[in-house]
Design a protein around this ligand. Sequence first.
Ligand SMILES: [Zn+2]
Length: 316
Amino acid sequence: MKPRIFDAHCDTVFELQEQKKELNRNDLHLDLQRMEEYEGYIQVFAAFVDQKSICGTCMNHCIALLERMHREIEKNSKQITLIQTAEDLEEVIEKQKIGAVLSIEGGEALEGNLAALWMYYRLGVRLITLTWNHANEIADGITQSRGGGLTDFGRQAVAAMERMGILIDVSHLSVKGFWDVAEMTQYPFVASHSCVKALCPHPRNLDDDQIDLLISRRGGIGINFFPEFLTQRPDCIIQDILRHMEYILCRGGDETVGLGSDFDGVEALPADMTGVQDMGQVVQAMLDYGFTQNQVKNIRFENFRRIFHETMRRSM
Ligand SMILES: [Zn+2]
């Protein structure tokens, strides 16, 4: 059996919908048949909402993706379980099943309406990535040149998310937005799929101050497998993922660093991997690289388990 995994981000639902494929078996980065080879697999499935690329309203699009994921979970209920509470999470772990946590990538899905948060909560959403790369009603994304932070609505949404037990995700968010979130929140928050800027100077990556803040707050950083975020060399390999993990460990991030593969949200992966079947290889590489057993366990599973467990325990 391959080791137990907790992956904080994938965009597989979007691709299932676009390419009319099935979660059980497909030729994407991730499917249930390949996840079943693990001794338990918790995957955060994002409903990706980018107002620049969708027709119709952001909310309609988001609900359609969440509905699609609910249908897939119902259809494959022997293999995969929806996780909505800390108890669900622990039960899935105990039974060594596949668990799905639902998330939204892009706060435009709220369309500036706080009541939408309640609806999404009821639809099972337990993490929201506040922005994608552009600006929305909550804040500016990282490619928005004015670099604005949280709006008044954004502040209300973040406060409500903390109260409700929806995990706040700052991947893609502007730097100002990151610090606004840090200042106004009390509980751990995460960058679900971001890497280290000091190792690869991409705007999507986190600088040292952001990494240190997330460590001090016992938040999470899911290392993204996208070669452009990992290295400037053309020949990215699994070892490049490990360098980013090591950097965060060296700053004291044993309880912060984790996995945020971005499967099916990226056009490429390191040359020596093709999808979810290779997560076991990433874990083995961590051990070979010299990370301690405890560090590897934290990275592949325990850190995000703790953060999600604590967040969902606060739920209404
Ligand atoms: Zn993303």
